[in-house]
Every structure is written in C-alpha cells, then in structure tokens.
Design a protein around this ligand. Structure first.
Ligand code: NAI
Ligand code: MG
Length: 479
C-alpha cells in the first residue's frame, strides 16, 4: 500500500511487484508500483499539508519535539528495523544494527535541536532601513533514495526537511522499500505527525521521474547514480526548475604513507572497502600504497581479507552478506573481468560464492587487484561491490595527480604521522571529506557530500539546513 495523507491506500495503477530477500530468494512483500496518478495524489497531499496544514506554521520547538519523538521511535524499534533492513538488503544483521539504525535515530534528535535555532540575520545595509532575512522552508520536498542504506539515507533527508517545516514525498528504492514503509506505520501509530507531512510512494525509476518532473514539487533530494542524477536535472529543467541536491557516490582514495599506524591502517583499508559488501558511496575503493611499504602492507591486508566470512547475513560470524540483486552481482562480475583484461593482478577473490548458506543469494568474494594504474576502468568507475584496486605511488606530487584524476570527489583518507604532510594533503585533495588516520568518520554534526560528479549539497550538520530552506530579505524603511 501507499502511504498518502496519513492513510494506506491502494495504488491507482493496481500494479504490484515482489520484493525479495536477496540472500535467500524468499518473498518478503508485494509492494505497489506507483504511477503518475499516485504521485500526483501524494504531491497534492504534501502540498495541502504545506499550504494549509499546521506543520510549517507550528511553533518550531513543538516541531522539534515531534522530531525527537521520531528519533525515539526508531530507537525503540531498532532491532526490528535492523532485521528488516538486513533481510531486504542482504547486509549483515550486525552491520544494520551498528551502521544503519543508530545514526538514523540520531539524525532526528540532532535536527530536532535545530528546529528553533536556524535563524535569519539582521544586515548592515546602507540608508535608513532595517534589513533582515527570514529562513523559510522550500515547500514540498521529493526525496528519492537508493538501496544501500535505505532507512538511513531516507532519514538524512527527512529529518532536516521536517525540522525546517517542509513536507515530503519519499520514494524508496524499488529493491528496498520495506523499512520506510514500516517507519510510516510507526509514525502513524505513535508520532502524532500531522496528515500529509510524510507521504511514501513505492515504485521504480518512472515513479521517481514522476516526482522529479512534477510542478508541485519544490525540491528533490537525491542519492544514487550519476546517470539518474542527470535525468533528474533534465526533469527539473523541463518542469519548474525545482532545486536539487545530489549525493552520487565516488571512487574514493585511501592513502597509506610509510609512517602510517600499520595495524589501524590495514583494518581501515579492509573495512573501508568491504563494509556493507562494498555497496557504499564512501567506499575506499582505491588504495594508494607508498612503494616503500607496498608489499608489506598488501600482504598483511591479504591475510586479513582471507579471514573474512561470506554468507548468511543473520549469522553473527558473517562479515560479508549478499549483494542487493542479481543485477548488482553481474555489474561486479563485469568489472572484475574488465580488470583482468586490462592487466590488473588479481590477488584474491574474483568470483561469486555459491556454496552452503550462500547458494541461493548474490554473494561475492572480497576481491583485491594489485598493480592497478589510474588509467584502468577499475580505478575510474564506481563498482559498488567488494572490489579493491591497489595503486602504487612514490612521490606526493604523483600521488595528488592520480588521486584527483577522477570525475568523483566524495571522501578521502590519508594515513601519516607527519602533521605538515597531513594538512598539506587535506588542502590538495578534491573531495567533500578528508579523514586523517581513520576511515568512515560520520557524525550528524558534520557535513557529508561531494564535489565534482559526486554531487552537490550536503547531508547532516547545519549545512544540510541550507538545502531545505530559502532565504527571504525583508526591508523596512525607517522614515
Ligand atoms: P539509481 O540511481 O538508478 O537509483 C536510485 C533511486 O533513483 C531509486 O529510488 C530509483 O528508483 C530512482 N530512479 C531511477 N531512475 C530514475 C529517474 N529517471 N528519475 C527519478 N528517479 C529515478 O541507482 P541503481 O540503478 O540502483 O544503481 C546503479 C549504480 O548507482 C550503482 O551500481 C552505484 O554505482 C550507484 N549508486 C550509488 C549510490 C550512492 O550511495 N551514492 C546508491 C545507489 C547506487
Ligand atoms: Mg538505475
């Protein structure tokens, strides 16, 4: 069913599709494939809630209290939601419990605090005027999200949008709509959110396209592929020039200098690329090793990689679950065969796992390619699977040229004890984040997002609030 105007309704299209567990093939649910008419209804509901409902006009502290309530609701149901996420996405249950649910709850608590604190300014203009700015919500936000962190990425958009008084039409990925739908049930039962503030339409790319081309939508917040981002930009251009924010993944460098803390750096290189089966926009999929430590580091990393357990996502001993779909599996297989053809050295992995608990799903071995050059496809394109490309460097100058020789620029990491080098590099790397002596540093208070073709705009932090507000300048002649 679709969640529109606080109610569960049948799709106008009467079309449903099957959502399955990618690790087992088990049928999980039948979900509507929303049509243009369904999107129209969801947008009118959000429009009505914005134009006539209490939400944008509500005392912001009261709105903040509702956001805290949503955060607590997610905490209360975290176990259940983590299990659902694991079954729908194929990620391990322990990853869902640790990596998906706590930050999904926290972003609501964090943004709740901003509801009454993101203010305008009084500005020192010339002449006999008082000039001040108002921060206003943009209106109806279309949130189009992917399948790798389904609930978390939805919450990264919902929380700031709601905190600032917007209303939302959320479209989860066709593969992974179940946690968003469950969240809507919980909201309906326990959150006291006014009708129409959150609407959820499930469906495929055409459902997303109906949102991005809709004249009643004021902004689209998108996470996903560059290809779809281009389609959304066209749709905005051809409709009402709606605002867009984009988070589009990357080919992020993880750089190890000879003076790195070896043990921590190997662990980070390992989890930087193999966490969530490599289906992570911030994956450290290019590992740059200084030639002095290339062999030693790599052999240590290979030892660790060989201990990783691929299999049943619900088993606490498992490290790597199932890829999200057969389509994603063939994408990974194609990249691996391209890597081999272009002369990279396959050091471990390189094939799917089909034995035991893995026989029914889309499991792939953690894979490492050595002697990769920056010209190879596997160093240039986002694979979005458990595949690491290792590149050798000698000088800082060569390194920077290779690191920035990519259309992407999401995150980056570097490992060194030399403080001057660390800060020098932080300025030179083209990326939205630079992590020094760690990997995957995330916090609701810190902005996350890309440069270049990794996208525009930021998630989390007060920078995200800018994406969900517009500024109005008010002038008063003082006589
Ligand atoms: P996608 O970008 O096509 O899908 C993301 C969302 O956009 C889904 O909800 C989808 O239904 C929707 N969508 C698809 N076509 C649309 C359109 N024309 N207009 C509006 N919405 C549309 O991503 P896909 O095809 O699932 O994955 C392809 C590749 O994209 C992956 O292999 C990976 O490289 C990258 N990707 C990056 C993500 C990130 O976190 N930055 C997340 C997911 C995928
Ligand atoms: Mg696609």
């Amino acid at each position: 069913m679709l969640y529109i105007n606080g109610e569960w309704i049948e799709p106008h299209s009467k079309k449903y599709y099957e959502v399955t567990n990618p690790a087992t093939g088990e049928l999980l649910a039948k979900v509507p494939h929303a049509s243009k008419e369904d999107v129209d209804l969801a947008v009118s509901s959000a429009r009505e809630a914005f134009d006539k409902g209490p939400w944008p006009k509500m005392n912001p502290r009261e709105r903040g209290a509702i956001l805290h309530r949503i955060g607590s609701l997610i905490e209360k149901h975290a176990e259940e939601l983590a299990l659902l996420e694991s079954r729908n996405n194929g990620k391990t249950l322990k990853e869902a419990k640790r990596g998906d649910l706590p930050p999904a709850a926290e972003i609501f608590h964090y943004m709740a605090g901003w509801a009454d604190k993101y203010t305008g300014e009084t500005l020192p203009v010339s002449g006999p005027y008082l000039n001040y700015t108002l921060r206003e919500p943009v209106g109806v936000v279309g949130a189009i999200v992917p399948w790798n962190y389904p609930l978390l990425i939805a919450c990264w958009k919902l929380a700031p949008a709601l905190a600032m008084g917007n209303t939302v039409v959320l479209k989860p990925s066709e593969q992974t709509p179940l946690t968003a739908l469950r969240l809507a049930e919980l909201l309906q039962e326990e959150a006291d959110l006014p009708r129409g503030v959150i609407n959820i339409v499930t469906g495929f790319g055409d459902t997303g396209a109906a949102i991005s081309s809709h004249r009643g939508v004021d902004k689209v917040a998108f996470t996903g592929s560059v290809e779809t981002a281009r389609a959304i930009l066209h749709a905005s251009a051809e409709s009402n020039l709606k605002r867009i924010s984009l988070e589009l993944g990357g080919k992020s460098p993880n750089i190890i200098f000879p003076d790195a803390d070896f043990e921590r750096a190997t662990r980070a290189a390992l989890w930087g690329v193999f966490a969530n089966k490599g289906e992570v926009c911030s994956a450290g999929s290019r590992l740059f090793l200084h030639s002095e430590i290339y062999d030693r580091f790599l052999s240590h990393l290979l030892d660790k990689t060989r201990t990783l357990v691929v299999g049943d996502p619900l088993d606490p001993e498992t490290d790597i679950g199932s890829l999200v779909s057969g389509e994603q599996l063939s994408r990974v297989e194609q990249y691996v065969s391209t890597g081999l053809k272009e002369g990279a050295q396959l050091l471990c992995g390189g094939s799917r796992v089909t034995t035991g608990a893995a026989s029914k799903g889309f499991f792939y071995q953690p894979t490492i390619f050595g002697q990769v050059t920056q010209k190879m496809t596997i160093a240039r394109e986002e694979i979005f699977g458990p595949v690491l490309s290792v590149i050798r460097f000698k000088t800082e100058e060569d390194l920077i040229a290779m690191v920035n020789d990519t259309p992407y620029g999401l995150v980056s990491a570097l490992w060194t004890k030399d403080i001057e080098r660390a800060h020098r590099m932080a300025r030179q790397i083209d990326a939205g984040s630079v992590w020094i002596n760690d990997y995957n540093c995330f916090d609701s208070a810190s902005p996350f997002g890309g440069v270049k073709e990794s996208g525009w705009g930021r998630e989390m932090s007060h920078d995200a609030l800018n994406e969900y507000t517009r500024v109005k300048s008010v002038w008063i002649h003082l006589g």
